[in-house]
Design a protein around this ligand. Structure first.
Ligand code: NAP
Length: 281
């Protein structure tokens, strides 16, 4: 583990194992282009060491951190979570304010801000269909409710998981079985895939985009491949799309701003940099 001793502020990504992550590339790009002297490193922290590491985050010289698998839930008890982190049940960003360690979940705004950037006007959708009921789905459903989507159909292979999520998020969220998809698709002005289906090495996602309304927007959280078969089918039909890489970039903005004091922009140049890294591996 690193102890950062330089005067320049530094943040880190806490995970176990310390998986290959694009976060250092993203934050180093912003530090460089904004001319900020700062750092961002990956820290491999086993579960047994998480408490000690987080409680000594500042002593180690860090101004904050991103948190990834398997620690996103456990850091809630080690910090003061905001309403988003509480509702999603997981945090991915830590920062200090007024001497306290705070946490939030920036997947919510990553998803919503990417939709705003990629498909302006998407929020005219009164009905949305969300596929999947895992961790990412919770952030998506929270964001859609916050933006006032009236009816959110939530389909999941394991129906019980969708039902649990619907109970938590209230009457706008309607759990449905996978077999009801064809019936709901014609009413869905927004379709969001939050499952891992369609990801490189995973089974394909069988959804008939021809059943969606002509004005529908399609979003996929999967970003390997960059253009998933779902997004390709939607684009071939002329539908607007929002991809997983866009969400990944937008979710990083708030952490950077909280740690380094300037709000960075998601630019075409940054996107090209990460695309190049994703396609080389
Ligand atoms: P998770 O909590 O493990 O949830 C996985 C979801 O996929 C569950 O709904 C699961 O259904 C479903 N699923 C998995 N295999 C399936 C199969 N063979 N058939 C049908 N459904 C299946 O994972 P997560 O954290 O929510 O992440 C989900 C995806 O979102 C991943 O691809 C992740 O990379 C992506 N993601 C992207 C971003 C971004 O910034 N772009 C951010 C977060 C996540 P069951 O409940 O039935 O198991």
């Amino acid at each position: 583990m690193t102890t950062v001793t330089k005067a320049a502020p530094a943040a880190c990504l806490i995970g176990w194992p310390a998986a290959h992550s694009r976060s250092p590339l993203i934050h180093h790009y912003w530090l460089r282009t904004l001319g900020i002297a700062g750092g961002y490193v990956i820290e491999a922290v086993p579960p047994d060491d998480l408490r000690d590491f987080v409680l000594r985050l500042s002593l180690r010289g860090f101004v904050g951190a991103n948190v990834t698998i398997p620690h996103k839930e456990d850091v809630l008890a080690l910090s003061t979570p905001d309403p988003r982190a509480k509702a999603v049940g997981a945090a991915n960003t830590l920062w200090f304010a007024d001497g306290e360690l705070h946490s939030t979940n920036t997947d919510v705004e990553g998803f919503i801000n990417n939709l705003d950037a990629s498909a302006p006007g998407w929020d005219a959708a009164e009905e949305a269909l969300v596929l999947g009921a895992g961790g990412a789905s919770r952030a998506v459903v929270f964001g859609l409710r916050e933006r006032g989507v009236r009816r959110i159909h939530l389909a999941n292979r394991t129906l019980g998981r969708a039902q649990t999520l619907a109970q938590q998020f209230g009457p706008n969220v309607h759990p449905i079985g996978w077999d009801a998809l064809d019936e709901v698709l014609p009413r869905a002005k927004l379709l969001v895939n939050t499952t891992s289906l369609g990801m490189h090495g995973q089974p394909g996602l069988e959804v008939d985009v021809a059943r969606l309304p002509q004005s529908a927007v399609v979003s996929d959280l999967v970003y390997v491949p960059l253009i998933t078969p779902l997004l390709a089918a939607a684009q071939a039909r002329g539908l607007k799309t929002a991809d997983g890489l866009g969400m990944l970039l937008h979710q990083a903005v708030r952490g950077f701003e909280l740690w380094f004091g300037q709000r960075p922009r998601v630019t075409a140049e940054l996107r090209a940099l990460i695309e190049a890294d994703l396609t080389k591996s």
